[in-house]
Design a binder for this molecule. Sequence first.
Ligand code: SF4
Length: 306
Amino acid sequence: MGRYDHAAYVSLTMEFRCNLKCVHCMIEGTMDRLAPESDAHFEELLARNAREKRWIGLILTGSEITLRRDLPDLARRARASGFRHVRIQTHGMHLGQASYCRRLVEAGVDEFFVSIAGSDAATHDALTLVPGSFERALRGLETLDAMEGVATLTNTVVTERSYRLLPDLVDRLSHLRRLTQMEFWVYFPMSERDEKGLVPRHGDVLPYLREAISRARAQGRAVEVKNFPECLLGDLGDALVNGQPELHIDPDFWTEFARNGFYQCVHRDACASRECLGLNTAYIEKFGLEADLLSPISRRWQRTSA
Ligand code: SF4
């Protein structure tokens, strides 16, 4: 189960530029068209939360939020308005500079959600297409690991090119004491077809994902898996957490997102899962309905909380 309550956080998309070129980027085709949330919207949200106390945490995200030079200022304003936590979602490249980590922490950022694509420099950099990106992200996580009051989280996109790396990736980060949660997001292409050949077959991913979940939990990490059939996870099904904080983003994003066509499963009517997204259109187009692989969860085994 996740460590953080998504309902207690709100996400603001404040930057749509990025300086990595990750092969699995889901918004590369829309980045130029989507507009970041305005400063006025940011201020409005701070004022609203100061009045209503709806959320305890603000997540500043983007494509790459650290490209905003005023990021420390945004964090400072958020904390001054009453947010108890400010998280940034980042590829971690800029965290490689210890002085930048310190600036962000001093400004009030206390949670760092860092994307780790591979299990070492060679595999990570081959997926981000930027040499040195793994070393810088890892150095950032290690710098933050030595700082009081900071929590880190990681996110790994699970694709045809990365699923075999998951257990080693967990081991590679095992020395980090402040790494509270590892998330594994199974790739979806924001399209009806897997044009880039990155959608992996669930049956192939399963043993690697199970091993990664087990190893991370053995190290005391919380784990969240996104977009994977709950029935396949068996006794690890409670790792599936598809919920997300309320996201404030350009409305055009949702038009693209709808193309995924989630919630398709031949067993849907018989299945008691409340968490599962089933299959999506691109997956079915590539691998079929997987009717024999998937099996409906009976009400008797349904988890009581998510
Ligand atoms: S049977 Fe279908 S809806 Fe139920 S858990 Fe499996 S994939 Fe998800």
